[in-house]
Design a protein. Sequence first.
Length: 82
Amino acid sequence: MISLTLYTTIGCHLCQLADTLLSELSNQHDVVVEVIEIGDDDDLVTRYGTTIPVVKFADNSELNWPFTLQDLEIKMGSLSAN
């Protein structure tokens, strides 16, 4: 199983698109996604406020928007190869 974190905030239409991609990904692969609302944490707003949606991987690497389903699959594949 692969664990991913999606940094998002309420009302972000790009975050909704990213969430849809991650739902698609989890339908095709053994993936669990933790959704983090950055608006509840000032440090997260400072870090991700202008780059959300952001997907964080188990190796702590991140993929900032824009990304595609293929980008996510490539990144997951590179983690599996290590």
